[in-house]
Design a protein around this ligand. Sequence first.
Ligand code: NAD
Ligand code: UDP
Length: 314
Amino acid sequence: MTKKVLVTGGAGFIGSYLCEKLLDRQNMVICCDNFYTGNKKNLEKILDNKNFKLVNHDVIHPISFEIDEIYNFACPASPIHYQNDPVQTIKTCVNGAINMLDLAKKNNSKIIQASTSEIYGDPEVHPQRESYRGAVSIDGPRACYDEGKRCAETIFWDYRRQHNVDVKVIRIFNTYGPRMQKNDGRVVSNFVVQALTNKDLTVYGDGSQTRSFCFVNDLVEGIFLMMNKEKFPGPVNLGNPIEISMNDLANEIIQLVGSRSKIVYKDLPTDDPKQRCPDISIAQEKLGWQPKFDRIEGLKKTINYFESILKKEI
Ligand code: NAD
Ligand code: UDP
């Protein structure tokens, strides 16, 4: 059955893959984006598809469509971008959630929220399970995003309880892959671009902090399984549970690229989480999902992508 699906943040890194996959599955797709960090280039494969519509709109303002499903992905995800205009980030999280939930309520449609591992803050529990309530700074520079996303989750659960909206919540852990912006500021794109251009890799702090990186194709698979899973609202962690320190990641990327780059150490940003790793047992059990791409495979694809982007610029 053809569905009408709204993807907010559809011109972004993850959102563009969602739009493509939804079109592949014969849906009509409306992508709603204000291009704050999104890029029309991400949509070049689908811009001419007759089932695709691009709407330039900021989700902090209400909008009306007839729609069967909503993927609420609008929000800058990179610390440098979400901290650039923190008030706008909070509005995107909170007003965006309310506007999209009102739309879901009006249309009686399913809605999935792109929540994040950041709702666990700088976690004291490792790995992070969905039942962990988090250790989040309320007033630090990351709070506009972390607390914004926490508040958005709260609003989702309240619309479920109060208005019976069919909500779903996924907590996405660090995801990377082709189509990240060159200037995105997140660690994988920074290190890959630095290595490819033989510039020093900028490790923040002493580089002992860890993250667990999920390749985008795996994530998108998990998102679809979740959207189509009956009677399971979540929250569910989606991420790759293989953990690595930023020092090891930097060395791995230098080696994979065959780069002459060295590592330089820069100040650790305030409230930078020391460790992060998802417990994905709920995703495994409820969705039958687990990541398939190992990091080396994913990094090679990402390196190839940035290599081609950089070549085009010469
Ligand atoms: P991204 O920055 O590439 O994409 C975000 C998209 O949202 C962009 O196209 C941007 O222009 C758009 N946007 C931002 N504010 C908007 C607004 N007010 N109105 C309309 N559009 C707006 O980031 P991404 O990595 O693709 O992340 C997508 C979603 O997934 C975000 O909600 C993010 O919080 C969540 N997430 C991502 C990760 C990750 O590792 N990539 C991890 C956790 C959560
Ligand atoms: N980081 C780094 N060098 C960079 C960019 C990021 O060492 O050029 C570190 C950052 O301090 C954090 C980790 O890499 O510890 C992941 O950062 P990112 O911004 O990708 O994601 P997040 O902090 O939101 O998990």
